[in-house]
Design a binder for this molecule. Structure first.
Ligand code: AMP
Ligand code: GLY
Length: 425
């Protein structure tokens, strides 16, 4: 099978590395890729990642048997529809189904129809209505951009002035604002393979959204992640995963199908585990970054066959997934300036080694690997338990050099110390 992966982050590096171990894969391509994917997959040029026509032509020319689309932007823009219309199997939802991520208002509507628990939300598009709406919600304020914002469009704060200022910036930019009730409890990311009807959950993971230690500073795309979740119940939360699939993911998948927009690809449920049970914070229509780097580090089932089965509607025939025992921890090394405008072009050393996945990197003509984005590297450690995996990750981080870079030093720390707990009613 010839597999083409679309994207250029550490998530895509993790995807191509996993595919490279699948004996059914005869050729592996990545477009546009980065300095890390280049070492494992054929680097294919791509001018515009969001141009469905260009990617479809590339898939045809390269004779792809399966196209896996990493990021949300091309999915929301309909790239999977274009590829499937060309007769090529594609792992990734249609534009109609990708609205579950592309429009928070649509996601809320689907959840309402499917009776899935989620935060109460109101859309504000007129600045004159903002203050009254903020007063109705009260602190802690949750203010979101209704559209795609790469995880950076959200402010969660008890500070009214901060919440108001963020909402005004969004409104001034012509973006409707979504206000939500605050969900208290630890977060869980659950990735599910979906073939339109059948749902196969992967291991649960936790992601660290804020830039600074102790969950301080602005939101980012994600600064680290670990899997599975030792605090989530017996068997690392297997029962909780079943509950989330039954009560949340399966009803949403059925509702999308009922609406004529069956979901085919990776449905990512971002959940808060509250005293009232799991509640949805958001759905994403693709693999999460950096959780994927941790989850795939533990998956033993050949990935290309699995994604092909999802893409072609035969997930129900697949054997149960095979997972390595133990845990995986990912620490993101970010560029100076991130999550604001990152500095690029810095030379990276120590990155061409096992467990170091490339995100925003590029190989210069002279062969040096340089930074080319905000989240530059994802360093993945594994071990017999979370503490060992965490140690392994930070040992590897210490060997990487990138001037001006920063990373969180507390990824998975609370979990290792037994300080994460689901609140009880
Ligand atoms: P989102 O872009 O919707 O994923 O939100 C980014 C992050 O903000 C989430 O991962 C949560 O940490 C936080 N967040 C979003 N919505 C809520 C909410 N209703 N209650 C508590 N935290 C939230
Ligand atoms: N890890 C968060 C995301 O991928 O949106």
């Amino acid at each position: 099978m010839r597999v083409l992966v679309i994207g250029s982050g550490a998530r895509e590096h993790a995807l191509v590395l996993a595919m490279a171990q699948d004996p059914s894969v005869t050729a592996l391509g990545c477009a546009p890729g980065n300095a890390g994917t280049q070492a494992v997959a054929e680097q294919l040029g791509l001018l515009d990642l969001a141009d469905a026509g260009e990617v479809t032509a590339l898939a045809r020319r390269w004779q792809a048997d399966l196209v896996v689309i990493g990021p949300e932007l091309p999915l929301v823009a309909g790239m999977a529809d274009a590829i499937r219309a060309d007769g090529i199997a594609c792992f990734g939802p249609s534009a109609a189904a990708a609205r579950i991520e592309g429009s928070k208002a649509f996601a809320k509507d689907v959840m309402r129809s499917a009776a899935v628990p989620t935060a109460h939300a109101e859309t504000v598009d007129n600045p004159a209505h903002l203050d009254a709406a903020l007063a109705r919600f009260g602190p802690t304020f949750v203010v979101k951009d209704d559209g795609l914002a790469a995880g950076k469009g959200v402010v969660v704060s008890p500070d009214l002035d901060l919440a108001r200022a963020h909402a005004m910036t969004l409104l001034d930019g012509g973006h409707p604002v979504l206000l939500e009730s605050f969900l208290a409890g630890p977060e869980m990311s659950l990735f599910c393979l979906v073939d339109g009807r059948t749902v196969v959950p992967l291991l649960p993971a936790q992601d660290f959204k804020r830039v600074g230690d102790g969950d301080t500073g602005p939101n980012t795309g994600g600064m680290g992640a670990y899997a599975p979740l030792p605090w989530a119940g017996p068997d690392d939360g297997a029962g909780l995963v079943d509950e989330v699939v039954t009560r949340i993911v399966a009803p949403v998948v059925a509702e999308l199908d009922r609406r004529g927009a069956p979901f085919n690809g990776l449905l990512y449920a971002g959940l808060a585990l509250t005293s009232d049970g799991p509640q949805v914070i958001e759905f994403n229509c693709r693999f999460g970054d950096p959780e994927t780097q941790s989850v795939l580090a533990l998956l033993r089932t050949p990935l290309a066959g699995l994604l092909h089965a999802a893409a072609t509607g035969v997930l129900a025939d697949q054997p149960e997934l095979d997972w390595a025992p133990g845990a995986a921890v990912t620490v993101v090394v970010a560029a100076d300036g991130y999550p604001g405008t990152p500095r690029v072009g810095d030379v990276i050393s120590g990155a061409d080694t096992d467990g170091v996945l490339h995100g925003g990197t590029r190989r210069r003509e002279d062969g040096a690997v340089v930074s080319a984005g905000g989240r530059v590297l994802s360093v993945v450690g594994t071990g017999a338990d979370l503490a060992a995996a965490r140690q392994d990750a930070y040992r590897r981080v210490a060997e990487v050099k990138l001037p001006g870079s920063h990373y969180r030093s507390d990824i998975a720390l609370e979990a290792v110390e037994g300080r994460v707990a689901v609140p009880t009613g």
